[in-house]
Design a protein around this ligand. Structure first.
Ligand SMILES: Cc1cc2nc3c(=O)[nH]c(=O)nc-3n(C[C@H](O)[C@H](O)[C@H](O)COP(=O)(O)OP(=O)(O)OC[C@H]3O[C@@H](n4cnc5c(N)ncnc54)[C@H](O)[C@@H]3O)c2cc1C
Length: 466
């Protein structure tokens, strides 16, 4: 191992190889502080060539690599095990902007730029890069691609899978896959880049990407609505889709329990409370007033309990802050069992009814915090209280998860809609995923990474690994 570290230091420079546990420990702790890994070292390469050289060296020495971007994974995806034998490879120094092609509405950047930096680059070029997550100041493009990130505007623009036109990837054998195409159409064989999107670093290291850009909207209309129940929210969503087509950019819902949390930790911010709330945003390239008028007239015909429209950019930001504050507010309220589930949006109300009832029967008084991207069927369905005193919250996690995931799969849903599987949900994936799909995925892993050196111990290769 000493020789490997000397060889890596010779490639990237000693300053970019962290070996002191005081330096590596923060990188080896996951965002939710559930997993504290202990890596052999943390390497920070500065280019694709350096990354490929490290991968080749690790292969030669049989050392496993854990890729890492901004380390905002909520399921321990970028955290090494505690063996002291895995190399953490953080890509934050890959920061070049390789090309901005406004006529092709695309930009090519290296993997270590944060999402917020890419949004800014697009804006400076007079374009929009629409991926938007609460973690955008820290998460990186390589991590977004590797988790197939979704977020707040999937309804209109899709997930990272739809936003990526091309990729550059260092494969587990050290070869570089050059697939940085800006093409929208290409029928010359299989689209191999898709293998690496959502692979959570288990098939290779993404070093650069060509991403789709869009026109900057010239008009936005944003409203917060109060609804009698979740069925009313789904009827509203369906009506908005019919009325506004793809101008409907965001449809986020929040239960009354979420509103109580917000009220407790940010008193006076909510303009009203209701059994359910939906935050709606339309965007368009026409006039602002026309879009706002169209939304107001349409909402006036709907059976709403309450509604406010943002009349200025400041008011819009206030409404968005309520939604964006949810993750942090939950943290202030103590630990919770988190689920990032997805069901068809038409099944949301039935899912909530069935799952809430099953959980209440098993854990009377349980507190369920449900909110999220209802427009694309993705809910954050979190449990912050299972019994009086809450001392056994995580002891109850397996029983809670079984109820939630059984219900999710009854509605043809998924246990990981946008945050990935990581190490947190590996066992559950085994239980619920179609066996033929799992077999196919493992065959691809075996083909690309026969020595299992790329992020082992996660869902493609569970179990202890060195
Ligand atoms: C407050 C908060 C809000 C969030 N909101 C959302 C949301 O709305 N939507 C959403 O989709 N996610 C959300 N997330 C989850 C998280 O931010 C995303 O999964 C994000 O895409 C991860 O990016 P990262 O750079 O931090 O990746 P990391 O956490 O560093 O890594 C994530 C996975 O990708 C792999 N990886 C990282 N970089 C590379 C690379 N260059 N090549 C190969 N593999 C790599 C890692 O090994 C790991 O498996 C949220 C997280 C937080 C903390």
């Amino acid at each position: 191992m000493e020789q490997l570290l000397r060889d890596i230091a010779a490639v990237i420079g000693p300053a970019h190889l962290l070996t002191d546990p005081a330096d590596t420990a923060p990188l080896a702790l996951d965002y939710r502080r559930r997993y504290q890994g202990r890596p052999l070292a943390a390497a920070l390469p500065g280019s694709t060539a350096e990354t490929a050289a490290i991968v080749s060296l690790c292969r030669q020495y049989g050392v496993a690599i854990v890729p890492q971007g901004g380390n905002t994974s909520t399921c321990g995806g970028a955290t090494p095990d505690a063996s002291g034998r895995q190399l953490l490879l953080n890509l934050r120094r890959l920061r070049a902007v390789r090309n901005i092609d406004t006529d092709n509405n695309s930009l090519t950047v290296e993997a270590g730029l944060t999402l917020a930096e890419v949004q800014r680059l697009a804006e400076e070029a007079g374009r929009l890069f629409p991926l938007s997550l609460a973690s955008e100041g820290s998460c990186q493009i390589g991590g977004n691609l590797s988790t197939n990130a979704g977020g707040l505007a999937v309804l209109r623009y899709g997930t990272m899978r739809e936003l990526a036109l091309g990729l550059e990837v260092v494969l587990p054998d050290g070869q570089v896959l050059h697939a940085l195409s800006g093409l929208r159409k290409d029928t010359s064989g299989l689209d191999v880049k898709q293998l690496f999107i959502g692979a959570e670093g288990q098939l290779g290291l993404i070093t650069a990407a060509t991403l789709r850009l869009f026109p900057q909207p010239t008009a936005r209309a944003t409203a917060l609505t109060g609804l009698s129940d979740s069925r009313a929210a789904i009827r509203l969503l369906s009506g908005l889709r019919q009325a506004f087509g793809d101008r409907l950019t965001t449809f986020e819902i929040m239960s009354s329990a979420c509103q109580s949390l917000l009220e407790r930790h940010h008193p006076g911010q909510l303009p009203f409370q209701a059994p359910w709330m939906a935050l709606i945003e339309l965007s368009d390239n026409g006039g602002h007033a026309a879009l706002e008028d169209a939304l107001v007239s349409w909402l006036a015909e709907q059976p709403l309990q309450d509604a406010v429209l943002a009349r200025s950019e400041t008011e819009r930001a206030q409404l968005w802050r309520l939604r964006e504050a949810m993750s942090e507010t939950q943290k202030l309220d103590g630990p919770s069992i988190k689920h990032d589930i997805g069901v068809p949006s038409s099944a949301i109300a039935d899912f909530l009814e069935d799952c809430d009832a099953a959980l209440q029967a098993a854990f009377p008084g349980i507190r369920i915090i449900a909110f999220g991207h209802a427009g694309d069927g993705n809910l954050h369905y979190n449990i912050s209280f299972t019994r009086p005193g809450n001392a056994h919250l995580f002891d109850d996690e397996p029983a809670v998860n079984a109820i939630v995931y059984d219900t999710v799969y009854r509605y043809q849903g998924t246990l990981a809609a946008e945050h990935g599987v990581g190490q947190l949900k590996t066992g559950w994936l085994e239980r619920y995923k179609d066996p033929a799909s799992l077999q196919l995925m493992r065959g691809i892993k075996q083909l690309l990474d026969p020595d299992n050196l790329m992020n082992p111990g996660k869902w493609l290769s569970p179990g202890p690994h060195g």
